[in-house]
Ligand binder design. Structure first.
Ligand code: P6P
Length: 331
């Protein structure tokens, strides 16, 4: 049997990448690992537990109907991070305000605990997305909103968990992207996709074409371009859109492709949130030799002004992002 590296071993091996951290940073990744296992187990049996499917009867700040598993996942990640005492605050899609944790903690976490959750009832892959920063305010004081409003370039780590045909945790600390597949039989994540890189170009485009007439002329022209027969291949690009960012992004990372959620007439800044969807996925995309743009600038250069702000999002294979941005950057 080839050498198997577990996520736990990998985190310890890479500890030396953080000379300034006395293992505290690793404890955050371990907390995310733990919560991912718990959420994965619940998702995989959600079809059997009728009491956990369906809406929780509440709404999040986006006005979206919270699914019970949304709330459950949110609780699990908050509990796991609180338990490690190294995180001073969490910004979550499911909470209007940030959540103060341990005032001594040096780090803050932004997360979407269960992205794409409207797909749960139809057994489509969903995911958790996370982003980790060092706090700006003084340790030993209450966390401040400004601790969360940092550019994506300041991220220490970012990643996602995809709860699909298998559960995978994919993350970067700025030294490449590594993917770990969960083996429920022994309860560990094992390194299955070392040093992930996306192809420079690709044939898959992912966007909701139902928004065509709500999109700018540039986006409409991009869609028409994608559907034209490419003389080099004698075929158009391939449209693939699952309606779950993590699933679409992960497929494109592996196969090559682009994911786009542009500005529309009803969502003038797009739908995806900068802090806990666009920035972490942008960090992964760039570390895998891809790109991530708002259509006007590098996603990770945007200076956040509020926790739940949205930005248009183009991410994936470098040449595909450059091509798509070329259709909108002068708008
Ligand atoms: P639409 C899920 O709500 C999400 O945030 C992403 O996971 C997904 O890609 C997108 O929204 C789907 O949005 O408007 O196309 O249904």
């Amino acid at each position: 049997m080839d050498q198997v590296t577990t996520l736990g071993e990998f985190i310890i091996e890479k500890q030396q990448d953080f000379p300034g951290s006395s293992g505290e940073f690793s404890r955050i990744l371990s907390a995310i690992r733990l919560a991912s296992k718990v959420v994965s187990q619940q998702i995989n049996k959600a079809g059997l537990l009728t009491d956990i499917l369906g809406a929780a009867g509440s709404e999040n700040i986006q006005g979206e109907q919270q699914q019970k598993l949304d709330v459950y996942a949110n609780d699990q990640f908050i509990k796991a991070l609180r338990g490690r005492k190294v995180v001073c605050g969490i910004a979550s899609e499911e909470n209007d305000e940030f959540i103060p944790l341990n005032e001594e903690g040096k780090y803050v976490v932004a997360m979407d605990p269960l992205d794409g959750s409207s797909n749960i009832d139809v057994n489509v892959s969903v995911g958790t997305i996370f982003s980790i920063y060092r706090r700006l305010s003084e340790s030993g004081t209450p966390v401040k909103e400004s601790d969360f409003l940092q550019k994506g370039t300041e991220q220490l780590a970012a990643g996602y968990v995809i709860y699909g045909s298998s559960t995978m945790l994919v993350y970067t600390t700025g030294n490449g992207v590594n993917g770990f597949t969960y083996d429920p039989g022994i309860g560990v994540f094992v390194l299955s996709h070392p040093n992930m890189k996306t192809s420079e170009d690709g044939k898959i485009y992912s966007l909701n074409e139902g928004n065509f007439y709500k999109s700018s002329e540039g986006i409409q022209n991009y869609v028409k371009y994608a559907q034209e027969i490419d003389p080099a291949t004698n075929r158009p690009l391939t449209g693939r859109y699952i309606g779950s960012l993590v699933a679409d992004f992960h497929r494109n990372l592996i196969k090559g492709g682009i994911y786009i959620y542009p500005a529309t007439t009803t969502s003038p800044n797009g739908k995806l949130r900068l802090l806990y969807e666009c920035n972490p996925m942008a960090f992964i995309a760039e570390q895998a030799d891809g790109l991530a743009s708002t259509g006007k600038q590098r996603v990770m250069e945007v200076t956040p002004t509020e926790l739940h702000q949205r930005v248009p999002f183009f991410a994936g294979s470098k040449l595909m992002v450059e091509k798509a941005v070329g259709f909108v950057e002068t708008e």
